[in-house]
Design a protein around this ligand. Structure first.
Ligand code: 9MR
Length: 453
């Protein structure tokens, strides 16, 4: 976390976010039916994290624009800053969409993640098809970085300088850059970016590097050697294009090992796809997977936060690339928040955002002895259902939770907060779930009232 500019901007963000929320409330007639809880950006900010989304510039009006401005404090142009977008013909530039997104971000108190400078894909044809000497190629790369990073100097907080440099087995991907300049194209690109905007955070970004595996280990070794050589590198981006039910169990461990190198880690392109049609069971699993990613980031202080690769299923690359798959983002095509949205909010310390009328939580003490107790909370719904839950109560007489099962419980002061385990978030209409806990007590042990959120 190098820059102070970022943190100044993020403090301002809270103010802007408040204004954005107020704006959204005043425009309630046009706003979508939406969870009443605080926006994700406010929840993230309170946890010292950022919450971002990829956006398409042309869509930043109406409901899409309202949600992008209200819920997120970082934006990544999904395509607008790629070389093929900004310089389609050599020497002929198109900055319109990139400028528009940066302007939108500034108007909404948001930071921008620049994506991406040096990649093998979405390059202009003239670049891909040129027959460049290594010297020419190096100059093209240097000039491109100087121009684009220079243009947005002071306005783009972080850059994905190099994108997707590795193959799955951890060898270097054979690209225009690698073939022409060797592995050192990476150090050269980072150095050029630092020179163009010394305050911007510089990242290497890749996919399938979320868990500990051959590819992430190659990235780890690269960052380690760049650090040892004094090459400017501030972070790694773990894209996180995941599949429902396949959350990588070593994600937190992986984030931590990168953090231990003295760099930041950002989750840069999170989406979690499924085979269509989306069913309640798949959406519930997806919510649990989103939550697991959030928790992995929350658990490591140098994980800066999470960006989703499109916030609505109507603006996602998945259906076009994986026929038959989709529903990968936190909002559906009609801008209704899905269980995944509520799971993100919940992981960030918010309520589940779901109406809980029709569902009740009942606390009971199973057994109690001199200073211990085993208790249970039963959550039951009738005429309503839940896809995730949060059960809070106050232990006002000094009781302390020591252990919980079938839920994750934390206690801060007298406030106990329990959220569902991956397998029991769903409470169907007419059904119930229970979770249990052990607690310590002394003196008196009154039964608290449980609030569902
Ligand atoms: O979301 C982008 C999509 O609109 C483009 O068609 C696609 C082309 O490759 O790129 C998508 O974004 C990619 C990102 O830039 C890098 N990581 C993988 C993303 C999904 O393909």
């Amino acid at each position: 976390m190098r820059t102070s500019r970022s943190s100044v901007r993020s403090r301002l963000t809270a103010l802007f976010a408040g204004a954005a929320t107020l704006g959204a409330l005043l425009a309630a007639g046009t706003a979508t039916a939406h969870a009443a809880g605080p926006p994700l950006r406010d929840l993230a900010e309170a946890k010292g994290k950022v919450m971002g989304t990829a956006v398409t510039g042309s869509k930043l009006t109406g409901t899409y624009g309202e949600i992008a401005g209200r819920e997120f404090n970082w934006l990544t142009p999904g395509n607008a800053m790629k070389w093929g977008s900004v310089e389609p013909a050599r020497g002929s530039f198109n900055w319109a969409e990139a400028d528009q997104i940066v302007d939108f971000a500034e108007a909404h108190g948001q930071e921008v993640r620049g994506h991406t400078l040096v990649w093998h894909s979405q390059n202009p044809g003239w670049l891909d098809n040129g027959n460049w000497t290594p010297a020419e190629l190096g100059r093209l790369m240097d000039d491109h970085i100087a121009l684009e990073v220079g243009r947005y100097k002071g306005r783009v907080a972080a850059w994905d300088v190099v994108n997707e440099p590795f193959n799955e087995d951890g060898t270097y991907r054979q690209t225009l850059w690698y073939n022409g300049l060797g592995t050192d194209y990476i150090a050269r690109a980072l150095t050029a970016a630092r020179a163009a905007d010394p305050a911007a955070e510089l990242y290497i970004n890749d996919y399938n590097v979320e868990g500990v595996n051959a590819k992430s280990t190659a990235l780890y070794n690269l960052v380690k050697s760049l650090k040892e050589r004094g090459v400017p590198i501030d972070g790694v981006g773990l894209q996180a294009h995941l599949i429902v039910g396949q959350y990588p169990s070593t994600m937190q461990q992986n984030i931590q090992r990168f953090a231990d190198l003295g760099i930041d880690v950002a989750i840069t392109e999170l989406d979690i796809r499924m085979q269509l049609p989306a069913t309640q069971a798949k959406l519930t699993q997806q919510a649990a997977d989103y939550k697991a990613v959030m928790n992995a980031c929350l658990a490591v202080s140098r994980c800066t936060g999470v960006t989703v690769w499109g916030f609505t299923d109507s603006d996602s690359w998945i259906p076009g690339t994986f026929p038959g798959q989709g529903a990968a983002t936190p909002y559906d095509e009609n801008y209704n928040p899905k269980p995944a949205y509520h799971a993100i909010a919940q992981a960030l310390g918010g309520g589940t955002g779901q109406p809980t009328e029709g569902c009740t939580a009942t606390y009971s003490v199973g057994s109690q002895w001199n200073t211990g107790l085993t208790g249970q909370v039963r959550i039951a719904c009738a005429g309503a259902s839940l896809s995730s839950w949060k059960a809070d109560w106050t232990f006002g007489a000094g009781q302390r939770i020591t252990q919980a099962w079938n839920a994750t419980c934390t206690q801060s002061g007298t406030t106990v907060s329990c959220t569902n385990a991956a397998w029991n978030g769903s409470v169907p209409d007419g059904g119930s779930v229970t979770f249990g806990f052990n607690a310590w007590w002394n003196g008196s042990n009154p039964v608290p009232t449980v609030t569902l959120g």
